[in-house]
Design a protein around this ligand. Structure first.
Ligand code: LMR
Length: 328
């Protein structure tokens, strides 16, 4: 692994195309905002390992986790400017640029793991990824991080308990509307700011997966977790289009083959992380975990009804048909 040390010590950001041309090594800088011990963190590492192996060391994937380079507000721009070559933001974070993607955030539509797997690997996903071309990005695949739950500083189980709660969401109209309908006060912030915001009392709650809550220790401030499974959290793995077009066919294949090879592994890994971290949280006596039973769940759904009507007119009908076909 001598080459590895060389590359790491010589490569500086922004990446230097001339240098790459000289030593014929290709470096893909991959930025993401979560911890390393999460479904996205380990997926990025596995991807890097597969790509290095399959390319016999010609392609190096350098990972920057924890938002150390870019955060939710600037990672998309950094990708488009080729400051980094890959990112994997949550689908919700792409909805300002691609409004149809909001359909995957419709609450309580995807009910279980097998439906989720079907959706992330199916025709609908392929079509959504293709939409990235309209903003000059090459979409590669979707990765999984399971279902979102509610973590809060006061218990939230009955729908009335949302009233007035300042809840952090990712920046997305549909998520905003969801919490307005629940009478909460949605506040869109960058993932990297959530810990600080909790510490300083500017938010009371958030929706996130158990693995994101646990890996960032949000539960040390949000002592109540409601297992609501009300929405999904998935990642669009994407690469700068010009960079992609500059690669030889052989290298492109290394990248797509690596992602295809790890697709099932990544899906399962996400489920395992969430399961294991939930078990860890259950052992923590400071944390109270509620399961959202049918009765309160029906109340949540009832209050959320207008969201379906609202989006029926806003989202491409073909996508809605495909979604309902795939979850049959
Ligand atoms: C969030 O902002 O809560 C998530 O999108 C973080 C992530 O990338 O999983």
């Amino acid at each position: 692994f001598g080459y590895r040390q060389n590359i790491f010590s010589e490569t500086e950001l922004p990446f230097d195309e001339e240098q790459q041309g000289l030593n014929e090594q290709i470096t893909i800088h991959f930025s993401h905002v979560v911890a390393e011990n999460t479904p996205k963190g380990v997926a990025a590492e596995k991807f890097a390992k597969l790509v290095e192996e399959k390319s016999n060391g010609k392609v190096i994937v350098q990972i920057y986790p924890n938002g150390m380079l870019y955060n939710d507000e600037n990672e998309l721009e950094a990708l488009q400017e080729n400051q980094v070559q890959m990112i994997a933001p949550t689908i919700s974070k792409m909805t300002t640029a691609l409004p149809d993607w909001q359909l995957l955030d419709l609450p309580f539509i995807i009910d279980n793991e097998s439906q989720l797997k079907e959706i992330l690997n199916g025709e609908l996903s392929a079509e959504l990824l293709k939409e990235l071309e309209t903003i000059n990005i090459k979409g590669l695949t979707f990765w999984n991080n399971g279902f979102k739950q509610i973590a809060s500083t006061t218990p939230i189980l009955n729908v009335e308990q949302f009233k007035g709660i300042r809840i952090r969401t990712m920046a997305s109209d549909i998520l905003h509307l969801q919490y307005e309908l629940l009478d909460a006060k949605p506040i869109a912030t960058s993932f990297g700011d959530v810990y600080y915001d909790l510490q300083h009392g500017s938010i009371d709650a958030q929706e996130n997966t158990i693995s994101n809550i646990y890996s960032k220790q949000f539960h040390t401030m949000e002592h109540y977790i409601t297992l609501s499974n009300h929405g999904i959290l998935a990642y669009a793995v994407m690469i700068n289009e010009d960079f992609w077009n500059s690669l030889d066919e052989e290298i492109k294949e290394v990248i797509t083959d690596s992602l295809a090879e790890m697709q099932d592994w990544q899906f399962e890994k996400a489920m395992q992380f969430n399961k294991q971290n939930l078990a860890d949280l259950k052992e923590n006596t400071d944390v109270e975990i509620y399961k959202l039973d049918n009765d309160p769940k029906e109340q949540w759904k009832k209050q959320l009804q207008p969201i379906y009507r609202h989006y029926e007119d806003k989202i491409d009908e073909h996508y809605l048909d495909e979604l309902f076909k795939e979850i049959q």
